[in-house]
Design a protein around this ligand. Structure first.
Ligand code: SD4
Length: 321
């Protein structure tokens, strides 16, 4: 297994990249000063700024995660979350999201169209209904009742890409590649040591109409146990679901693994069960009750972003080799 560990300043914070000394396996310092906010990939400075503002103004960890995720959902330039997301193979942008808080309460929305902020909607499912999940038209109907407005989420750019894709293929979903996935999962611990998380995606580009991945599924795309820690995922949802990735990680932490070790163990679970693991990506981030961060991916290329002490850095995750 590759134990190289690169830490680099984000290009969004510093011109060029700067290799720093190796960080410890468990990623202990410098993340032990709470609050800590961790998210998948590098979606730029703005989501973490929004999350940090919320958490430092006495917002809860959940307020922070939703504030951060909403920035990504509203950003038309990424093609994997919210507006601007690539549509399914029939040309519909369908969104999935979930939230989980420190009380162990959770909510999720699946297969939602024309609603800009499925993360906020997932929170309303958690807070205002007796249910955990709402899907499709029912979720949209609930959104409208809660004052959300319908909006077209298929941008001209995404529509053009989909039209090109329609000409080139046999109308099969395009396998996920590096350019074709980037779900945002954000987990945070506030000053009081309370953990929460939120995950949001437009899913697998050109997926079958109705397909739902790991991201809105509590236990696969996100899991929080306030006594232990939190985890979230990105990558090919079909495989993350098969191992209940986020729940597996939190349970590994309960059994004594560090967040880093737990993320590695989840990737090893996939690679030991699915021999084609080199053909797809699965990535995990985790946050322990003490503010310790872990991250790991099945294959090269995963990045994650951490904010603590008001400073945001992007890291290249280690991966299986
Ligand atoms: C899904 N996990 O729908 C999501 C996609 C993703 O990075 O994470 N892309 O399967």
């Amino acid at each position: 297994m590759n134990r190289r560990s690169f830490v680099r300043k984000s290009s969004l914070l510093a011109a060029g990249s700067l290799a720093l000394p190796q960080i410890s396996k468990s990623h202990n310092p410098p993340f032990s000063a709470m609050p800590v906010i961790v998210s998948t990939w590098d979606f730029g400075k703005a989501p973490h700024e929004a999350a940090w503002n919320a958490i430092s103004k006495k917002g809860s960890a959940l307020d922070a995660c939703i504030a951060g995720v909403k920035v990504v959902e509203a950003d038309e330039t990424n093609h994997s979350v919210g507006i601007g997301g690539y549509p399914d193979r029939d040309g519909h942008v369908t969104l999935d999201a979930c939230v989980m808080n420190e009380q162990g309460n959770c909510g999720g929305v699946f297969f939602v169209e024309e609603i800009l902020h499925p993360s906020e909607l997932a929170r309303m499912v958690m807070e205002k209904t007796p249910h955990v999940y709402l899907a499709g038209q029912g979720a949209v109907q609930f959104a409208l009742e809660q004052g959300f407005k319908k909006q077209n989420l298929l941008t001209t750019e995404a529509k053009e890409e989909w039209e090109k894709w329609c000409k080139q293929t046999n109308y099969k979903p395009r396998p996920m590649d590096e350019k074709n996935h980037d779900t945002v999962g954000m987990i945070a611990i506030d000053k009081l040591g309370n953990l929460s998380g939120c995950c949001s995606t437009s899913g697998w580009a050109y997926k079958m109409h109705g397909r739902v991945g790991d991201s809105p599924n509590i236990g696969s795309g996100l899991f929080v146990d306030n006594e232990i820690g939190a985890a979230t995922s990105t990558g090919l949802g079909e495989y993350i679901i098969k191992i209940c990735g986020a729940h597996l990680i939190v349970e590994s932490m309960r059994n004594g693994r560090t967040p880093q070790e737990a993320c590695e163990a989840a990737c090893l679970r996939i690679s030991s069960k699915y021999k084609n693991y080199k053909d797809f990506q699965a990535c995990f981030i985790a946050l322990g009750k003490d503010g310790t961060v872990g991250a790991y991916s099945l294959n090269k290329g995963f990045q994650y972003t951490v904010t603590t002490n008001g400073e945001t850095l992007v890291y290249d995750a280690e991966y299986l080799e």
